[in-house]
Design a protein around this ligand. Structure first.
Ligand code: SF4
Length: 83
């Protein structure tokens, strides 16, 4: 069982720990919530070509795109919704 800190801010944890937690969070999503692998890769491929992608974050919403794309229900926040 993975542990998560529900009281920590980004400034309270190391960069390595933070990214580890992000990927563990994505991995832990329920199958019903999680975007299927093929669709996930498609979404990230679009983000990688997008000029709004800055250091892994979407400049429109401020999310890490790997997290945003991981939930089936989410969508690209751009006015011209790209996925
Ligand atoms: S605007 Fe859409 S496609 Fe571009 S980085 Fe943000 S989520 Fe990805």
């Amino acid at each position: 069982m993975e542990s998560y800190c529900r009281k920590c801010l980004l400034k309270d944890i190391s960069k390595e720990e933070y990214f580890k937690n992000v990927y563990e969070y994505i991995k832990s999503l329920d199958k019903e919530i999680k975007t299927p692998d093929g669709e996930y890769e498609r979404r990230l491929g679009i983000c990688k070509e997008c000029d709004k992608l800055v250091n892994g974050m979407c400049a429109v919403c401020g999310c890490f795109v790997e997290v945003r794309a991981a939930k089936r229900i989410n969508y690209c926040p751009d006015v011209n919704k790209k996925w």
